[in-house]
Design a protein around this ligand. Structure first.
Ligand code: NI
Length: 259
């Protein structure tokens, strides 16, 4: 039976240097059946590809995070397009906009590479994993203009309002839900999850970041996802088994894991 699918992890992060192989080997016995390791930088893309290549239950997403787009070139796009031919590469991401630290890089520069990588996803027939922080209006405008509903994908670590979620829902996109759902100050996300249909939700960690309560602040890993499942089951009034089954079916529908 399919277990929990972690649709957004960063096991290439140095936080896992000490025990990466042991931790990855412990996931399946703990009920975590698949993980998508998501590239954020070019180095992260290389590492994600290698992790997916060497572990049956790990898949890769290749893309460059807005904060890392400073030195990107068209050669880098060619490299990603070539690597993305591999069956273990299931998405382009994480890509998007992050205006948290102003002008680093500039919004115009981020937008250019966001649109360029959406093109990549479209041309490769892969879904996109979207990172958007403090950039709600520009993200929505670009995704509407680029017909994101057609490309398909997920709003990773969804952090905007219930109202905006309705806009995205109309596009047919998914919402990545992780540790923030368990936070005491996670009221906005709890409301969004209560309002959204189960068929639009995916589980994710963003590990090593965003560990759920009661582990908030510690190093996160897929092993903590049952805490998110528990909170989702409480909010939606359905069993944990059903949360796992539906979110895993959703992940399969979006990412088409084939081996
Ligand atoms: Ni991430």
């Amino acid at each position: 039976m399919e277990g929990i699918i972690d649709t957004h992890a960063h096991y290439d992060d140095e936080a896992f240097d000490e025990d990466r192989q042991m931790l990855l080997a412990s996931l399946a016995p703990a009920g975590i059946s698949k993980v998508i390791n998501v590239g954020a930088s070019l180095r992260g893309c290389r590492d994600s590809f290698d992790l997916a290549d060497s572990h049956d239950h790990i898949y890769a997403a290749l893309g460059v995070h807005p904060s890392e787009t400073g030195d990107l070139t068209e050669d880098d796009m060619d490299w990603i397009a070539k690597k993305a031919q591999d069956k273990k590469v299931v998405a382009i991401g994480e890509i998007g906009l992050d205006y948290h630290f102003p002008d680093d890089p500039t919004p115009e520069h981020q937008q250019k590479w966001f649109i360029r990588q959406l093109d990549l996803a479209r041309n490769l027939h892969l879904p996109a994993i979207i990172h958007s922080r403090d950039a709600a209006a520009d993200t929505l405008e670009i995704l509407k203009r680029e017909d994101f509903g057609r490309i398909g994908g997920v709003m990773h670590c969804y952090s905007y309002s219930k109202e905006l979620a309705e806009e995205y829902l109309k596009m047919g996109v998914f919402f990545g839900i992780g540790g923030v759902l368990t936070f005491k100050n996670g009221k906005k996300l709890k409301e969004a999850v209560a309002a959204l249909p189960m068929e639009a939700l995916l589980l994710e960690t963003d590990c090593p970041y965003l560990a759920p309560e009661p582990n908030r602040g510690k190093r996160n890993s897929s092993l903590y996802l049952p805490l998110v499942v528990e909170e989702m089951s409480r909010i939606k009034g359905i069993s944990r088994e059903k949360v796992i089954r539906i979110t895993s079916e959703n992940a399969q529908r979006l990412f088409h894991f084939s081996r």
